[in-house]
Ligand binder design. Structure first.
Ligand SMILES: Cc1cc2nc3c(=O)[nH]c(=O)nc-3n(C[C@H](O)[C@H](O)[C@H](O)COP(=O)(O)OP(=O)(O)OC[C@H]3O[C@@H](n4cnc5c(N)ncnc54)[C@H](O)[C@@H]3O)c2cc1C
Length: 430
């Protein structure tokens, strides 16, 4: 009998639990440790922030699904992982031991790295559903009393797609309310150019996103370092290629949403051998930690080096479809270990993103992440908005039903011509 623990039940951890359960023997024990007993579909947060979705519509009660699937759910959350002892201390002081641990704790949001940043200070966030609910109140205040908007992502962020997405959704929502003419918008980003996305661009994301910004009268500042945020005013240093300051900007705003940098969660931060200096889980190509080979990492919590040098730090995004391939590889590899074999499954890690604009959108597929690529494709159109709604519906159905994959999802992905998203390939064991 083996004890397997999944730490974190977000986008990666919840499907990890379902996929792992399907591969375990009857005698094996699967436990999920999460902060809370519910799952919220993070990609829909931008819609929550403009009132197009309620938090309830994108939230699933995990307790009943997990129970039905024979998975034990511990909603106390982890205080600290002790990989030397194969043990996790939970927030209520109890502990859980494991033979195999899969860490899927997502990001800790580093608002504290920029004075005045974040929902407890002067800017809104869409990273968590409760933040998006708070942002909705700020959006309603903007509607009543229109003024300038500043959106974007700060230095060190690795999640640029949602920053663009939210900006365009906000533009659409303001146009629908007939308030857009009273709201000058500026996009502020640490990327060296619009459409870099932490991936050095995909297809013509530069051209597509710049044109969309011009079409919608959204100004931008790239190579932008946010130095501080005061109530209703952002201070930004625009830097040259060598990092020296080219121009300092003071941007007044009535509403601002900025993506922060990410780091590892406190339960794993600073564990020698397990994490890198920012607290991300270091993994080999089999998703396995080299120091603690019975510990695996999936999702935003894993360490991926940047694709190239940029004047300001720009991280690589970990998108949902990429996370799904990490999940499949990890389930295969733990199943192999349980059979006494060596892990061989390697995730494809291709980046796929559907960036919704509220009425249309831009989609891209990058495989591999680092250019030059075999697949380097970006496209735009109304179909992206429809596909994003499809992604939401299918994913929430998947979580509610406790199935790791559905017939409809396969059908939908095939219709998009991107059916190989979850592909993993096998390599000779090392
Ligand atoms: C606003 C936004 C929009 C996005 N939109 C898209 C999109 O459209 N398409 C796409 O492909 N990707 C998108 N992404 C990127 C990515 O898919 C999501 O961030 C995704 O939720 C990451 O999944 P994850 O499992 O790694 O982390 P999360 O989904 O964040 O899950 C982490 C889980 O770990 C839990 N946890 C944290 N600490 C502890 C602890 N100490 N103990 C126990 N549990 C803990 C949390 O409670 C949470 O349940 C988006 C990201 C953001 C921020």
């Amino acid at each position: 009998m083996a004890k397997i623990v999944v730490l974190g039940a977000g986008l990666g951890g919840s499907i990890m639990a379902y996929e792992m359960k399907a591969k375990l023997r009857a005698e094996d024990q699967l436990t999920v440790v999460n902060l809370g007993a519910s799952y919220s579909f993070v990609p829909s947060n931008p819609w929550v922030a403009v009132g197009w979705r309620s938090a309830d519509e994108i939230t699933v009660d995990l307790a009943s699904v997990m129970k039905k699937k024979g998975i034990e759910l511990k909603p106390q959350g982890a205080q600290r992982v002790h990989p030397d002892e194969n043990r996790i201390v939970l927030n209520d002081g109890t502990d859980v031991d494991y033979d195999y641990l899969i860490i899927a704790t997502g990001p800790d949001l580093a608002f504290d790295e920029v004075p005045g940043l974040g929902p407890e200070a002067n800017t809104q966030s869409i990273c968590q559903t409760d933040h998006a609910v708070q942002a909705r109140y700020a959006f309603e205040a903007l509607e009543k009393s229109p003024g300038p908007v500043v959106t974007g992502a700060v230095q060190g962020a690795s999640c640029y797609g949602p920053a663009y997405e939210f900006t365009f959704i906000l533009d659409t929502a303001l146009r629908q309310k007939k308030k857009r003419d009273q709201v000058p918008m500026t996009f502020v980003t640490a990327e060296p150019y619009i459409g870099h996305l932490g991936l050095d661009g995909v297809g013509d994301t530069k051209g597509l996103l710049e044109r969309a910004m011009r079409d919608r009268h959204i100004k931008w500042i790239t190579n932008a370092k946010v130095t501080k945020v005061e109530p209703r005013k952002m201070f930004v240093d625009e830097v040259n290629d060598d990092g020296t300051v080219k121009q300092s900007h003071e941007l007044p705003f009535a509403f601002s949403m900025m993506l922060p940098a990410f780091k590892g969660v406190p339960a794993v931060l600073g564990i020698e051998g397990l994490t890198n200096p920012r607290g991300f889980i270091t993994i080999d190509k089999y998703q396995r930690n080299p120091t603690y080979p019975n510990v695996f990492g999936i999702g935003v919590c894993v360490a991926i080096p940047p694709v190239g040098k940029t004047p300001l730090p720009v991280g690589v995004p970990k998108t949902g479809f990429m996370i799904e391939s990490m999940v499949t590889a990890t389930a295969e590899n733990i199943a192999a270990l349980l059979k006494g074999e060596e892990p061989r499954a390697v995730a494809t890690w291709n980046a796929v993103c559907l960036a919704d604009f509220g009425d249309q959108g831009i989609a891209f597929v990058a495989q591999p992440q680092i250019p030059p690529r075999n697949v380097n494709w970006a496209s735009e159109g109304k179909w992206v908005h429809i596909a994003k709604i499809g992604f939401e519906k299918f994913f929430l159905h998947k979580i509610r039903s406790g199935r790791s994959e559905t017939f409809y999802e396969n059908l939908f992905l095939e219709a998009l011509g991107i059916k190989k998203l979850k592909d993993v390939h096998l390599e000779a064991a090392e």
